[in-house]
Ligand binder design. Structure first.
Ligand code: ADP
Ligand code: MG
Length: 260
């Protein structure tokens, strides 16, 4: 696949104020962010640092207080709720920590439901859903109910659901947090594969440093601001030297000295 070096998603100067009155919180304080097609970017940062808020804004669920998002060349600026929903349906697939599958539907029905919400016709949905399940290695469980599946399998169904309908970007909020180490790694590997094989931009929130090996880029957010960026170059992670990644950062990130 030819690599396109322009971002599939761009966020500029994102500010988000949440809550009201004395409880008001500035969850994001001016975030600039590019997501590249064909790459897996990991978003890391402490609890409450603004990760979920950022994903919600990038995925057109929340409107920023200030700043703009552009997905596949279309800006959210000036869009009303219906315009935001349309952009989201066309271009964004979400994956959540808790899978969020409909328990009364089979795996393939869960994927078909997502296709229906994206406006895909009922006659096209079965084939597209089967393709998505094949992409995550679950063709043989198409007719199984999520309640009969392991956490790892459920998250693969959720990834198939996010993939179905060919959105430009996949946003995954702590997709491995409820999984054991082995299944967590497998899910992250699958997300990296999805990015590479299909040319989508994939952004995943994670706390697990073992999954860093699958990342093309890593962004670190603290208190509503991006405080670190690293990218893989010739197989090694690079880092802006002035950036603190915290003591929990892996050696290859802490010790690298090349500017990303
Ligand atoms: P993370 O996903 O990194 O844990 P969040 O984006 O969920 O962080 O939250 C960022 C900040 O915004 C936190 O201080 C959180 O308490 C606050 N926050 C999140 N949602 C709301 C809300 N609906 N109303 C008020 N404050 C909120
Ligand atoms: Mg969160």
């Amino acid at each position: 696949m030819t690599q396109d070096f322009s971002p599939i998603l761009e966020a500029k100067g994102i500010v988000k104020t949440l809550g009201a009155g004395a409880a008001q919180v500035q969850a994001l304080k001016g975030v600039n962010f590019d997501l590249m097609p064909g790459e897996l970017t990991l978003l890391m940062g402490p609890s409450g640092s603004g990760k979920t808020t950022l994903l919600s804004i990038l995925g057109c669920i929340l409107t920023p207080t200030d700043g703009s998002v552009q997905i596949a060349g279309r800006s959210t600026e000036g869009l009303n709720a219906e315009g935001m929903a349309d952009l989201r349906r066309r271009h964004v697939g979400f994956v959540f920590q808790a899978y969020n599958l409909v328990p009364t539907l089979t795996a393939i029905e869960n994927v078909m439901l997502a296709l229906d919400l994206r406006g895909v016709s009922l006659s096209d949905a079965p084939d597209l859903a089967a393709e998505a399940l094949e992409a995550v290695g679950l063709s043989h469980r198409a007719d199984a109910s999520p309640s009969k599946m392991s956490g790892g399998a459920k998250q693969r169904v959720a990834i198939a659901r996010a993939l179905a309908g060919s959105p430009s970007v996949i946003l995954a909020d702590e997709p491995t947090a409820a999984l054991d180490a082995q299944n967590g790694m497998a899910v992250m590997e699958l997300l990296a594969e999805v990015a590479k094989d299909t040319g989508r931009g994939v952004l995943a929130v994670t706390h697990d440093h073992r999954t860093l090996e699958y990342a093309d880029r890593i962004i670190r957010i603290e208190d509503g601001r991006i405080v670190g960026r690293a990218r893989r170059r010739d197989g090694e992670m690079t880092e802006a030297p002035s950036v603190s990644w915290g003591t929990a950062a892996p050696a290859e990130v802490r010790h690298a000295s090349v500017i990303a």
